[in-house]
Design a protein around this ligand. Structure first.
Ligand code: GRF
Length: 206
């Protein structure tokens, strides 16, 4: 059975889509741990309800504890990345899934996980609207007539934010009269389906 670690920061609806799939799947993979960088992330409750072990790691706490490194928090961040890598490696996963994980993974962190596949879910098409706030960026661009289509993608994680090779891309149309909320809802549904499909696809290649 392939072992998967899921990284989250918030609501965890994408984590829930994976939990639901795991529960109805044929047992070729399982989420062995959920890690959140926010203590109050609802995704931690979802994991707990499914009996999945959880860890919480707060960057702010690491920055408080390690104040050296010129005051920019670099030393705290380096310690955070090392601890995050340590917890993940200990799980011996074949796959790490960033599902709404709002923390940039450093090159040092990625080096520590060499050999473990890491994927990220992003609510935009490749090359469009990298980084946080992608759904709103796309909505605003559509309103200005500068964007005709948005979408979601699952991509491999590299040191550049949201820039790794796409694994799976699903376009999402704008509908006439769309509000931002309506677009967001459609994007989230597309994300849930895309993430499950990508994980099923990848697990069989590991
Ligand atoms: C998703 O839109 C994800 O792509 C973005 O943050 C959101 C997380 O949603 N980066 P959830 O926590 O899985 O509900």
């Amino acid at each position: 059975m392939k072992r998967i670690v899921v990284l989250i920061s918030g609501n965890g609806s994408n984590l829930q889509a994976l939990i639901d799939q795991q529960q109805r799947g044929e047992g070729s993979w399982a989420i062995c741990r959920v890690i959140s960088n926010r203590q109050n992330a609802f995704g931690l409750t979802r994991a707990g309800q499914a009996g999945i072990p959880t860890s919480t790691l707060s960057l702010a706490a690491f920055k408080r504890e390690h104040r050296g490194g010129g005051g920019g928090g670099e030393e705290g961040r380096a310690h955070f990345d090392r601890e995050l890598a340590r917890i993940i490696v200990k799980e011996e996963p074949q796959l790490v899934v960033c599902a709404g994980w709002m923390h940039i993974l450093s090159a040092a962190f990625l080096d520590a996980l060499a050999g473990i596949r890491i994927i990220n879910l992003h609510p935009a098409l490749p090359g469009q609207f990298n980084g946080a706030g992608a759904i709103r960026w796309a909505y605003d661009a559509w309103q200005r007539g500068e964007c005709q289509q948005t979408g979601v993608m699952v991509h491999d994680v590299i040191a550049l934010v949201d820039m790794g090779a796409p694994v799976l891309v699903r376009p999402v149309p704008f509908h006439p009269g769309d509000t931002l909320d309506q677009l967001e809802e459609r994007i989230h549904l597309a994300e849930h389906a895309a993430l499950v499909e990508a994980v099923e696809q990848i697990v069989h290649t590991l």
